[in-house]
Design a protein around this ligand. Structure first.
Ligand code: SAM
Length: 323
């Protein structure tokens, strides 16, 4: 453990651990079970206020699938009133066609859509039943809604979708979207895949090198772990790489997670945490603030700790903790 000089600045809220897809690296099948309880709306609202009181300034809603929460728009509107620096959401996009505009109008600023293939049959297999057309409709709705930024997340698996790196990049750039390619991490079901499915960020960059300006990929200040390189043909186009396996990013991690049952989790790669569901349910934002400090004290020392390469990561459910 390390004493962290700053409070957590950024938080990911797993609004629900439910998901309508079962991506092959995330969960073993569609019926793998859910947490026994989830925070109610009022408790989520108190949690949000307690987090802001504790110093959080950037919030991303995730899950599970956050758009399965029946009142996600209302919860976004509540967050939008809290004077945050950033308010973003990660979704699989299956319900985005009808929700993109209401979310934007409620104050959501940025959106990331997970999209692992542009080939419908492959997409269906990777997500165990997802329909690519629905997600693309959602993506079009997000573009039309005028978010500050639309990105896609693509987990690359060797022998599965690694032949789509270039096609996805061109496709995304053509729509003004930033593609981000992610190394599969040995978290949850990802730990059960053969080791050789990993395509490293270095390999991905080598593959895309003819499209990119030479040089190192660089992170955006005060944002997540992605590192970006610019397109050769247009300095406004970029591609991101997230290397949670070949290289960890724990040292500069300022992120806390709130699982859908109200447990505050200081690290994606362990099940350590502090249960803040009681203060959230009783609306005690000062007690939530104290629970945040307690959880933050459990954050592993990022100079030594190697994040999702640690063996504890295999025990973690991405859906519950908020991937
Ligand atoms: N349901 C939403 C979605 O699909 O974007 C949000 C939750 S999902 C857990 C968030 C992100 O985690 C997705 O982009 C997904 O691809 C990524 N993810 C899940 N398991 C992963 C793993 N083992 N390695 C790398 N990324 C993973």
């Amino acid at each position: 453990m390390a004493v962290h000089p700053r409070p957590p600045r950024s938080v990911r809220l797993s609004l629900t651990d439910r998901c309508d897809l079962a991506c092959v690296y995330c969960r073993p099948h569609r019926k793998d079970g859910y947490l026994e309880e989830r925070l109610e709306d009022q408790a989520w609202k108190a949690m949000m206020e307690g987090l802001v009181r504790a110093g959080v300034r950037r919030v991303r809603l995730t899950g599970g699938e956050p758009l399965l929460h029946p009142r996600v728009v209302e919860l976004v509107a509540h967050l939008a009133e809290l004077a945050l620096e950033d308010l973003a959401l990660t979704t699989n996009g299956t319900r985005l066609a009808s929700l993109a505009l209401p979310l934007r109008q409620a104050g959501l600023r940025r959106i990331t859509i997970s999209l692992d293939s542009l080939i419908p049959e492959r997409f269906f297999q990777l997500t165990r039943g997802g329909h690519l057309g629905r997600v693309l409709d959602g993506l079009d709705a997000a573009l039309a809604a005028g978010f500050d930024e639309v990105k896609i997340n693509t987990v690359i698996l060797r022998g599965c979708n690694d032949d789509e790196l270039e096609a996805i990049t061109h496709w995304a750039w053509g729509r003004g979207i930033t593609p981000r390619f992610i190394e599969v991490m040995r978290v949850g079901e990802g730990a059960n895949l053969p080791h050789n499915v990993l395509v490293t960020a270095r390999e991905m960059q080598e593959c895309l090198a003819p499209l990119l300006v030479q040089g190192d990929a660089v992170p955006d200040p005060d944002r997540g772990p992605a590192r970006y390189r610019r397109a050769l043909h247009d300095p406004d186009r970029r591609v991101g790489f997230i290397s949670g396996t070949s290289d960890t990013f724990c040292e500069r991690c300022d992120r806390l997670r709130v699982a859908s049952n109200g447990v505050l989790r200081p690290c994606l790669a362990t099940n350590d945490g502090v249960d803040a569901s009681l203060p959230a349910r009783s609306g005690d934002i000062f007690a939530i603030e104290r629970a945040v400090a307690e959880a933050w004290a459990l954050k592993p020392d990022g100079r030594i700790w190697k994040g999702c390469t640690e063996s504890t990561a295999a025990e973690v459910s991405m859906r519950a903790i908020g991937g």
